[in-house]
Design a binder for this molecule. Sequence first.
Ligand SMILES: Cc1cc2nc3c(=O)[nH]c(=O)nc-3n(C[C@H](O)[C@H](O)[C@H](O)COP(=O)(O)OP(=O)(O)OC[C@H]3O[C@@H](n4cnc5c(N)ncnc54)[C@H](O)[C@@H]3O)c2cc1C
Length: 525
Amino acid sequence: MQTHTWDAVVIGGGVAGLSAAQMLGRARRRTLVIDAGSPRNRFAAHMHGVLGHDGTDPAELLRRGREEVAAYGVIVADGEVTAVTDEGDRLRITRADGAVDHARAIVVATGIRDVLPEVEGLAAVWSRSVLHCPYCHGWEVSGRRLGVLATSAASIHQIELVRQWSDEVTAFTADAGQLDPETLARLIARDIRVVTAPARALVTGSSGALTAVRDAEGTEHPLDAVFVAPTPAVDLGFADDLHLSRTDGPGAPLAVDALGSTSHPRVWAAGNTTAPYGNVPLSMGAGSMAGAAVNAALVAEDAHRAVESRRHQRNAHWEERYASDERFWSGRVNATFAAVAQTLSPGRALEVGCGEGADAVWLAERGWQVTAVDVSDTAVARGRAAAHERGLADRVRFIAADAGDALPEAAFELVTSSFLHSWEPDFPRIALLRSAADRVAPGGHLLVISHAAPPSWARDDHHGGHTSAHDGPPLLGPQEELELLGLDAAEWTTVLAEVRQRAVTSPAGESATLDDGVLLLRRAR
Ligand SMILES: Cc1cc2nc3c(=O)[nH]c(=O)nc-3n(C[C@H](O)[C@H](O)[C@H](O)COP(=O)(O)OP(=O)(O)OC[C@H]3O[C@@H](n4cnc5c(N)ncnc54)[C@H](O)[C@@H]3O)c2cc1C
């Protein structure tokens, strides 16, 4: 069976799910809604308390919602999700008919199931004569003879609330437990009739409408409508694999933050499944928030992936440059580096961006135990071979890796990096130097050698299709770099921050000088 990969799959196409889908669709996210088609209020012919939609048939609101999200490219499929599994950078969503979809994120908006009290005849008039919420349906029965069937101690609140809609309220309190004297006093003071015998049956007339509630003692209490708070059941078996955190509220709804984020980084939730007592507007608002939150998370992920992709391209470019030549650099230690490094006492050294390893081998020859890191396999292999030739294999460890990923955890007496530049404006030079600085042992040194100015001959030069370093981010002097590094002044002492000139021969064979930036910092003990 063919599978699709979506930015987001919304599970449940009630008001919460469709509101999430609306935000996602408008944000140009490839979005699928899978809906089993049993919204909680499907029993009601009209809905109220929904601004702009007062009295609308709930089914009509969903029909319009489906139409609206379709206009933004959202696909709404009828079906039931039976399993969601975590595949790392995406989720796998399976439907009852075996269809499989993948998504970078999901929104769980599957609502709740109302578990009604087992009172004879109640289910038959659910949502007609038996109502769940006075805000939704109280106005329509206001002033009539109203009953409240308590389902738990929390129903006391509903009993007191319903009194706002009628002077004639009968409360069936058997399932609320023993009422304390204060509660009883409040109900009596408000002229609420309290029936302690359990309600047994709903009595209806020829029209099918409620006429009375019969209690366990056989007494019939004439009533026109009854309010009842059903027990919410939050059915989330399909998401078991995700181990989503639940709250300890009635029905154990999903735990979410204000954005609808759950305990799983790729799962958001909205509507009754997180707030069983939320009405249509609240569910719509939560869905809308979750949809926007999913998009924001995907925007962040898109940026992260783009940065990673550029990093891989950059690293591949360096590898190509090394591999395209038998030897890239001279194989000799850089003179400026050597002049500074020879003033330091040997210990453990880490070189970040070691190239073909000339400086690392030079350090090893002078008694340092060196770890040298570069992104290019070829460059590192050359460094390793050079160390081997000089009998220094046990003094230099070469690692082919991106220093942004994995610098050795150990601390070093010297951490150094020379000419760690790139033509790319987003090359994270300062971030790399900062993490290099983290590896300096107490009392050790950070030595950074850089191009403080472009070479005179290279101003209009291009290497391998890329502009040379000076065409990329501006080359800064050591003092400016020191400020950018922002190292704690109480911990770091600046030993050297200066520009040194180095005599070189230009590619055209002419004498020239280069401006090398030298930054030598010592970490406090
Ligand atoms: C009788 C009654 C009347 C109400 N009247 C009002 C009113 O007048 N005004 C008001 O504001 N509120 C009213 N409400 C509350 C209202 O119904 C809820 O606030 C609202 O439905 C919650 O929306 P939701 O999207 O979270 O869940 P739902 O509307 O219940 O939608 C959930 C959807 O998910 C689907 N689903 C479930 N599991 C799966 C699965 N595994 N795979 C795919 N799909 C799945 C369901 O079939 C359903 O279509 C009423 C509630 C009831 C019970």
